[in-house]
Design a protein around this ligand. Structure first.
Ligand SMILES: *Cc1c(COP(=O)(O)O)cnc(C)c1O
Length: 389
């Protein structure tokens, strides 16, 4: 065997995003014991930072030791018991994954299906909630498979009105658009480290409200997942009365998350959100100047995930291969019904800079030209630059 040397890549797909040298350096610091008092102090700091980032001062916040999907799994497995009714709004791949998990938890799952590219329709969700008593309403805030943003505040309010607990997937939204657990009165919110937080994949920050915690404490049967059982997890992360061994925290990964939070708070969460919006405006202007169209209506677009329709006669995969080989640039492909029909361009965290926007547009124009599509690359860059001034 030989040491693995990854190629240089610029990550502008649906995640992971570019990881800054600062975060990479933090990951390489010496491993210490997970029960070391200094490590426990780090755990406390991360919990407090997550409360601040989610704006969840009354929620319990911890990073789960696995990628974003673990947050989804924890939410479903902890809140749902066999026979519970769970309404899942599905407007893309991740909503579909939530419904699958709810079914595995034994729930009676009612999906409210939407066309891919559309935001979740609160009126249709309310109709589903009104049909029968519901334990959980689950939806994706920022649907990464399509680039659509849903109205989390309205959906969480509907859950509360109908006596259901809300589960909000904020994997792609956290750090890129406003996420506000307190204002939404959300019950369970989870995210991932590899999208707008720009740390490597492998951790899932999660926040649970008092109501969610009470529901878990009052379960009739044990959670059917040992690692993510919130009652057991909190004996490790809870802090009160000393920690007891549960699992071994991914120590170095937590150094990385901690550093990414330091970086984010240095910039300012609001400033980072404004940066994502500006980079999106520049990219969208360039894309449109190239004669391309975005899938999602302007008012529901996610700045951090831009879904560009592949024009007639263009080979979707060949364009991604071209930009990867010629520019070391990774773009995302379409999933499910959008396979072969779109490119997904991520502007997440450290990948949301003017340099990334200009690089992506330059590479895209070149790849399109290689397929015989005439684009005025100069005009494309000029359109983006006009938004960056
Ligand atoms: C990426 C993503 C996930 C899953 O995160 P992983 O880190 O891949 O497990 C879940 N939901 C949404 C909306 C995502 O974008």
């Amino acid at each position: 065997m030989q040491s693995f040397q990854p190629p240089r890549r610029i990550l502008m797909g649906p995640g992971p995003s570019d990881v800054s040298p600062r975060v990479l350096a933090a990951l390489a610091r010496p491993t210490i014991g997970h029960l070391d008092p200094q490590f426990q102090a780090l755990m406390e700091e991360i919990k407090a930072a997550l409360q601040r980032l989610f704006n969840a001062p009354d929620h319990a916040c911890v990073p789960l030791p696995a990628p974003g999907t673990a947050g989804m799994e924890a939410a479903m497995m902890n809140l749902l018991e066999p026979g519970d009714r769970c309404v899942v709004a599905v407007n893309g791949a991740f909503g579909g994954r939530m419904a699958d998990m709810a079914g595995r938890a034994g729930a009676t799952v009612v999906t409210v299906d939407h066309e891919w590219g559309q935001p979740v329709d609160p009126a249709r969700v309310e109709a589903a909630l009104a049909e029968a008593p519901t334990k959980v309403l689950a939806f994706v805030h920022a649907e990464t498979s399509t680039g659509a943003r849903s109205d989390a505040a309205s959906l969480c309010a509907l859950a509360r009105k109908h006596g259901a607990l809300s589960v909000v997937d904020c994997v792609t939204s956290l750090g890129g658009i406003v996420v506000d657990a307190a204002a939404w009165d959300a019950d369970v919110i989870y995210s991932g480290t590899q999208k707008c937080l720009s740390a490597p994949p492998g951790l899932s920050p999660i926040a649970l409200s008092k109501q969610a915690q009470a529901a878990i404490a009052g379960r009739k049967e044990k959670v059917r997942n040992w690692l993510l059982d919130f009652n057991l997890l909190m004996s490790y992360w809870g802090g009160e009365g000393g920690r007891t061994y549960h699992h071994t925290a991914p120590i170095n990964a937590l150094y990385g998350l901690h550093e990414s939070l330091v970086v984010l708070f240095e910039e300012g969460v609001q400033a980072a959100i404004v940066r994502h919006a500006r980079m999106h405006e520049a990219l969208a202007a360039g894309v449109e100047a190239a004669g391309l169209k975005l899938l999602v209506d302007e008012k529901h677009r996610l700045p951090q995930l831009n879904t560009v329709l592949v024009p007639e006669g263009v080979d979707e995969a060949a364009v991604r291969t071209h930009v990867l080989e010629a520019w070391d640039l990774e773009l995302g492909a379409g999933l499910g019904p959008l396979k072969g029909k779109v490119w997904r361009i991520g502007l997440m965290g450290a990948s949301a800079t003017p340099w990334h926007v200009r690089l992506c547009l330059t590479a895209l124009c070149e790849a399109l030209a290689a397929q015989g599509v005439t684009v005025d690359a100069k005009a494309v860059i000029a359109a983006a630059d006009a938004k960056l001034r």
